[in-house]
Design a protein around this ligand. Structure first.
Ligand code: 13P
Length: 333
């Protein structure tokens, strides 16, 4: 059993309180590789931002849970080495699908876990969420739970259709589970194909898809029911069209990839939404840089040569999100 405090990590409690009061959101970036971890830490240190580094079940399968845990511990040391005296880094389990998985992460030093029972019947979701909360709180680990279903595919989580969170359920759910934050569904979606073309309109000038707006009325109703309670948005990549274009230009094939417009995320960040999950944008930034580099340097084969621009491109994207979209820069301490 390792407690996250011994690894220099923090939980989300104070972070979320300050974010709600200050009208900004904490970035929750997924990571699977060393380059992603380095880019996240560099971006957070340069902007003086708190950050949530999150690990999905798919990331654990890909990289190995122990390695990821040590990478997060390394992230704290790296941030200090880069000149940040008191980094605020959360190691979070994204989409935990069982009590056992959440417990395993808590026992190995995670400071925050998500139990996602959103696809289960309501009472079952409450029961397991409550069980996770009871265990986590013994170690001061914070817990995110979910109500409502997001469409899209993310690692092992997939759903064809979305169901908005029902505002009339949130008080009962938050009270009975004791969760520290609530992930809701208001129209965001996992992956790089968030909307089907028939759900969108098309910009006549560029031919690009224009997605439907998020359900801010549902968010407002939830906020009214749970004033000041931390709300989380999953599936919040913007799918930058310049990265999609670069990928397509250099041999990729991502037709009609579309995300959540950044102005809408900025608007959400000013409300009780205090954690915004971004994964696909990092995948796109990495792939675009690697495709471009390899196309322009067909004789290169050292991974360091193409992973360096990939890391730079991800860092640029993370800084942009922190400063221009979520507003979490200069919020340490
Ligand atoms: P994106 O696919 O929009 O990046 O969402 C990631 C996410 O919500 C992780 O839980």
């Amino acid at each position: 059993m390792v407690n996250y405090k011994d690894l220099g990590l923090v939980n989300t409690r104070e972070m979320f309180k300050k974010a709600i009061a200050g009208g900004y959101a904490i970035p929750a970036f997924n990571f699977n590789t060393m380059e992603q971890m380095q880019a996240i830490v560099q971006a957070a240190v340069e902007t003086k931002s708190p950050v949530i580094m999150q690990v999905s079940k798919g990331a654990r399968n890909y990289a190995n849970a122990t390695i990821l845990r040590y990478m997060a511990e390394g992230a704290v040391a790296y941030a200090k080495e880069l000149g940040c005296e008191k980094p605020e880094i959360v190691l979070h389990l994204d989409h935990g699908d069982s009590f056992e998985l959440c417990k395993d992460c808590i026992d190995m030093g995670f400071s925050s876990v998500m139990y996602d029972g959103s696809s289960l019947p309501y009472e079952e979701n409450i029961k397991i969420s409550r069980q996770v909360v009871e265990y986590a709180h013994k170690y001061d680990v914070t817990v995110e739970c979910e109500l409502g279903v997001l469409a899209g595919v993310e690692d092992e989580v997939a759903s064809e259709v979305s169901h908005y969170t029902k505002p009339e359920e949130v008080i009962d759910f938050a009270t009975r589970t004791g969760c520290d934050s609530l992930a809701i569904s208001i129209g965001t979606s996992h992956g790089a194909y968030k909307f089907k073309p028939e759900q969108c309109t098309r910009d006549p000038k560029t031919g690009k898809l224009v997605p439907p707006p998020l359900a801010f009325d549902v968010l407002a109703e939830i906020e009214k029911k749970l004033p000041g309670f931390p709300i989380v948005l999953h599936g919040s990549s913007s799918v930058p069209q310049e990265e999609v274009d670069t990928i397509n230009q250099y041999g990729g094939k991502l037709p009609d990839a579309v995300g959540i417009p950044e102005e809408q995320l900025r608007k959400a960040a000013k409300s009780a939404v205090c954690k915004i999950n971004i994964d696909s944008d990092s995948r796109l930034a990495m792939t675009a840089a690697i495709r471009k580099y390899l196309a322009e340097h067909p004789d290169h084969f050292d991974p360091r040569q193409y992973l360096k621009p990939a890391r730079e491109n991800m860092k640029k994207m993370y800084i942009h999100k922190i400063v221009d979209v979520l507003g979490s820069d200069n919020k340490l301490g």
